[in-house]
Design a protein around this ligand. Structure first.
Ligand code: FAD
Length: 391
């Protein structure tokens, strides 16, 4: 399908596919099996300029527009099989840097942007806690005002990049106002006294993306590290989630494109009962379903991204895109596994890894149930909304 991308946009997407395939694809099987974060590929992505794509020219970046950034993200995932690496990298590029660009003060941009954009600073976003995930606004981490800043106290859980992070965008209840929980957003350097980075948690998929806990033991955070307005962290949160749900979902578009191409090629080559298995109707129909899920998802992701890029409220569009693509990624990965037969079940095929990676999509960045709740709220279906709208 032709979306009317400019020549430059198409060329950048193609360049990303090639870069992913040629520079980032090696060693994925071993890294996944051992759960190793490939720091050398993080460096390659940084040198290639991925993290700083959205940084405007006046701040020393290329100032790539969001849609082109989305296409580059999609292209990387089409070329590179290491979804975990790209997941970690995209949190940095579109969630942490994005929030800093949209809410940061001049001083915060001066101090934190250069390191994040050149990849020497690793960023993370921490909202989830051991006792609250979906019900994010019930967070227990507190920020107590003291002379010159705040003392943060609490525990964050399941935080992508936490074990290696230098800077964490951390949400805490500042009690500044009871409105929307009085939540505020803080930039917390992990070198500060009282910050404990947990070890890497072994997990089902996305094993090359280091995830872990973050302990905050009366961590002093100076006044200048408040991101956005006091007590209005929910605005930062919703903005970050809309970007995360859309730009991280673009990774799934790229992944499902490669998966479709590979599954189709396998089905045309593998023979059973004297013909390629693609000639058996139930196999062909399975691949058609994969194709259909991808093309519907692509439209939803582009629609959400276009709304966000235009500065329109897009929480519902992002939720629809994330819901559809994450459920499609799991369904299509299982279909691909079935088409590959016993071969797909072996780790060396890479097919079973796609199933494990895809399962996480229905949980991170808000579960499928919470995405359905968001959409239900937008349709006026809940007497008492289970999600908070700030748009
Ligand atoms: C790979 C991965 C990466 C992650 N990265 C980050 C990160 O970088 N930063 C961060 O802060 N967090 C991160 N998370 C955490 C993630 O956002 C939470 O796990 C998620 O929001 C769900 O919260 P929970 O695990 O506490 O589940 P719970 O909230 O305990 O939910 C358990 C189950 O109950 C369902 N449920 C709960 N409430 C409702 C309701 N009202 N209606 C219907 N069903 C409901 C849920 O959908 C789910 O099925 C990550 C998680 C994963 C798996």
């Amino acid at each position: 399908m032709e979306f009317g991308w400019s020549e430059e946009q198409s060329a950048l997407r193609e360049q990303a596919v090639r870069f992913g395939r040629e520079m980032l694809d090696g060693g994925v099987l071993e890294d996944d099996l051992s759960g190793r974060f490939p720091a050398e590929k993080w460096r390659l992505l940084a040198d290639w300029g991925y993290f700083g794509l959205a940084v405007p020219e006046e701040l020393g970046g290329p100032g790539l527009d969001p849609m082109t950034g989305l296409l580059v993200t999609e292209g990387l995932a089409e070329g590179c099989q290491d979804f975990g690496l790209l997941f970690s990298a995209s949190v940095q590029a579109w969630v942490v840097i994005g929030a800093l660009l949209r809410f940061g003060t001049e001083d915060q941009l001066d101090r934190h942007l250069p390191g994040l954009a050149d990849g020497t600073t690793v960023g993370a976003l921490a909202i989830t806690e051991p006792d609250c995930g979906s019900d994010a606004l019930s967070l227990r981490t507190t920020a107590r005002e003291v002379h010159g800043g705040w003392l943060l106290r609490g525990r964050k859980a399941y935080v992508t990049n936490a074990p290696i992070a230098d800077l964490v965008l951390c949400f805490a209840s500042s009690g500044a106002t009871q409105l929307l929980g009085g939540m505020s957003a803080f930039l917390v350097e992990t070198s500060r006294e009282g910050v404990h980075r947990g070890s890497v948690e072994p997990k089902m998929g996305l094993r090359t993306s280091p995830l872990g806990e973050l302990g905050l033991d009366d961590v002093f955070v100076p006044t200048g590290e408040l991101l956005g307005k006091l007590g209005r962290g929910v605005a930062v949160f919703h903005d970050a989630m809309a970007w995360e749900r859309t730009w991280l979902t673009a990774l799934q578009v790229g992944t499902l494109q490669r998966q479709l191409d590979e599954t189709r090629a396998y089905a045309c080559e593998r023979r059973a009962f004297g013909i390629p298995i693609a000639g058996h109707q139930s196999v062909a129909h399975r691949i058609v379903d994969m194709h259909l899920r991808l093309e519907c998802g692509r439209l939803l992701v582009y629609r959400a991204a276009a709304a966000i890029a235009a500065g329109r409220p897009a929480g519902t569009e992002a939720a629809l895109a994330k819901l559809w693509m994450s459920e499609s990624a799991l369904a299509s990965s299982l279909d691909s596994l079935q088409v590959h037969g016993g071969n797909g079940y072996l780790s060396c095929s890479g097919v079973e890894r796609q199933v494990r990676d895809a399962a996480g999509g229905q949980i991170y960045s808000g579960t499928s149930e919470m995405m359905r709740n968001l959409v239900a709220d937008s349709l006026g279906l809940h007497a008492r909304p289970t999600t908070v709208a700030v748009e």
